[in-house]
Design a protein. Structure first.
Length: 261
């Protein structure tokens, strides 16, 4: 008896194009080495994927990030936001468990109040009401609140337009209705939210430096371009200080193509 796969919401069957691309990458790494294979895909990894994700979400390329999962994107981005002590986070009664786990850490560490948006027996979740998120975004943009959308179940199924939604954060997984591999996630971050994020981590995948930091730009983390080696302890302290400043401070962040989303 053959198995019929219906759990695309959890993890969809990879498309033929996905399988072919993964096999090509694995064969390349086995035959010539991983770094050499990475160089062959440099344009796709550094530009093509970001461009396609930006087109899918109607977003500037500079506001797109790639991650190993939607959960990593959600938690990794929000962990760079300084939540005020005792602030409120509103979630739906159908919130994804991994998102709630992150907010629970904030509750324990920052006294954040996690509140469920109330509903009645006459107002259950309606999967056809995709206009709700647009109206929420229009309302919230006039208030000192950030609006995040977990789009794992709509990315690849519904048209997603971050300009129309007025959201500050949108995340999704590649493994579901995009029919990509596990270990892939996409995020959009608005300029408004970017201005309040503080860099608290960088590695060799997201940073290049031989000394002083010259510029930061948004991708899946931050790109650091070096101009020279530090000449003194003061220079070293300035480099270290930069890693604790808001990402958009003093023009360090590459501005998106449009000032307002």
């Amino acid at each position: 008896m053959s198995l019929v796969h219906l759990n695309t919401a959890g993890a969809g069957l990879m498309s033929a194009a996905t399988v072919e691309a993964m096999r090509g990458s694995i064969d390349g790494e086995a035959g010539q080495g991983s770094y050499e294979t990475e160089l062959q895909y440099a344009d796709l990894l550094g530009h093509g994927l970001y461009e396609r994700a930006a087109q899918m979400l109607n977003a500037p390329r500079a506001n797109i990030g790639l991650f190993s999962s939607a959960t990593e994107a959600w938690a990794g981005i929000l962990s760079k936001l300084e939540f005020p002590l005792g602030c409120r986070v509103w979630v739906s009664s159908f919130e994804y468990a991994a998102n709630l786990i992150f907010f629970n850490f904030l509750k324990q560490g920052r006294g954040v109040r996690v509140e469920v948006i109330p509903r009645t027996a006459q107002s259950p979740l309606d999967l056809d009401l995709d206009w709700v998120r647009r109206h929420l975004g229009a309302i919230l943009r006039e208030h000192p609140a950030y609006y995040g959308v977990d789009a794992c179940q709509s990315m690849g199924q519904l048209a997603l337009d971050v300009r129309d939604m007025h959201c500050d954060l949108l995340t999704g997984a590649g493994r579901s209705f995009l029919f990509g591999p596990r270990g892939s996630g996409i995020a959009y971050v608005s300029n408004r939210l970017l201005g309040d994020l503080t860099l608290n981590f960088a590695d060799l995948h997201t940073a290049r430096t031989n000394g002083q930091v010259r510029e930061l730009s948004v991708a899946d983390g931050v790109v650091i371009e070096a101009i020279s080696a530090p000449d003194s302890d003061e220079d070293l302290r300035e480099v270290a200080h930069t890693f604790h400043r808001p990402l958009a401070a003093d023009g360090l962040i590459a501005q998106a193509e449009d000032d307002e989303l």
